[in-house]
Design a protein around this ligand. Structure first.
Ligand code: SAM
Length: 288
């Protein structure tokens, strides 16, 4: 897979065919890790103002500065929309940030985790302990392999499935296709919820529409939740959601004070607000 970044005069510069004619830069102080795994180029940098940063094939996956926005929303929107999630599957997310958030739910008893690239897990454990602490919980079973193949073997097993995938270029490609979504549906219990990395309503409309069409066709309820996050392309990213029962746009149970105090982005208010989309996006998704 092509590497999408350059380093020049102490600046990391990201470009990508998925957002043509646009680039994003962060000033870096040190390259902490840089090596190709079996699947992708893995780089970790110490940035000047954004903490450590993980890039895969030159695409920013997270910075310590704003990762909480993405991890909290991708985990807590589907988990709080479910009245009592017990069994959860997380696909991708080798950094451990989604696991860290899932583990805040005491009602969850079993968490399967499937990541294709074990080197992302190793590197995150070494350089990103504030995310990789997510792996410490005994409820988690780690599986190394392709998330699509893993899902296709499971039937009616999970209350919630969360797909923390990289973009649909490289190993994440298979996680944006209909056979995978059919597998997700089959792997859910009858009132289950799925939440997947849903790209940007500004920059990736073709992908947003494609995922919305698939979820609308397969699930009883479908939704798109929008997250502000400065270091992702265009400063935003979405969650594509499908539900076989529960309402998606509101929490189904209270957020305890103990949990709320530890969160920085998610709250019941932002849960509901994240589904209110700018007018163009509302029309775009209404007309599919
Ligand atoms: N939050 C990030 C974003 O949207 O930029 C994604 C972060 S997470 C690091 C993405 C993970 O998905 C990577 O660790 C990658 O190895 C994993 N991944 C990609 N394709 C996969 C597949 N087919 N099965 C399982 N994991 C996959």
């Amino acid at each position: 897979m092509e590497n999408h970044h350059q380093i020049k005069d102490g600046w990391f510069f990201e470009t990508c065919p998925m957002w043509p004619g646009m680039g994003f830069s962060l000033q870096i102080e040190q390259v902490l890790y840089s090596k190709r795994s079996k699947f992708q180029q893995i780089d970790v940098y110490q940035t000047r103002n954004h903490g450590k940063m993980l890039a895969l094939d030159g695409i920013i996956q997270l910075t310590e500065f704003d990762e909480f926005a993405y991890q909290e929303m991708l985990a807590h929107v589907p988990l709080f929309a479910h009245p009592c999630p017990k069994t959860v599957l997380v696909i991708g997310g080798g950094d451990g940030g989604i696991l860290r958030e899932v583990c805040r739910h005491d009602c969850v008893t079993d968490i399967d985790f499937c990541e294709i690239d074990e080197d992302v897990i190793k590197v995150s454990k070494q350089f990103l302990p504030s995310l990789a602490c997510g792996f410490d919980d005994p409820r988690i079973k780690v599986h190394i392999g392709d998330g699509c193949a893993f899902v296709l073997e499971k039937k009616s097993r999970y209350d919630v499935i969360i797909v923390d995938s990289s973009d649909p270029i490289g190993p994440g490609d298979v996680l944006f296709k209909k056979p995978f979504y059919k597998g997700l549906k089959a792997a859910l219990k009858p009132d289950g919820i799925v939440a997947t990395q849903g790209e940007s309503i500004f920059l990736h409309q073709e992908w947003v529409i494609r995922l919305a069409k698939i979820t609308k066709e397969l699930f009883i309820k479908q939704g798109y939740s929008c997250i502000m996050i400065p270091t992702y392309p265009g400063g935003n990213i979405g969650i594509c959601l499908g539900s076989l029962g529960p309402e998606l746009t509101k929490p189904a149970r209270p957020v305890s004070d103990g949990v709320q105090d530890r969160l920085k982005y998610y709250s019941p208010g932002i849960h509901e607000a994240s589904f209110i989309l700018p007018h163009f996006a509302k029309k775009m998704l209404r007309d599919i």
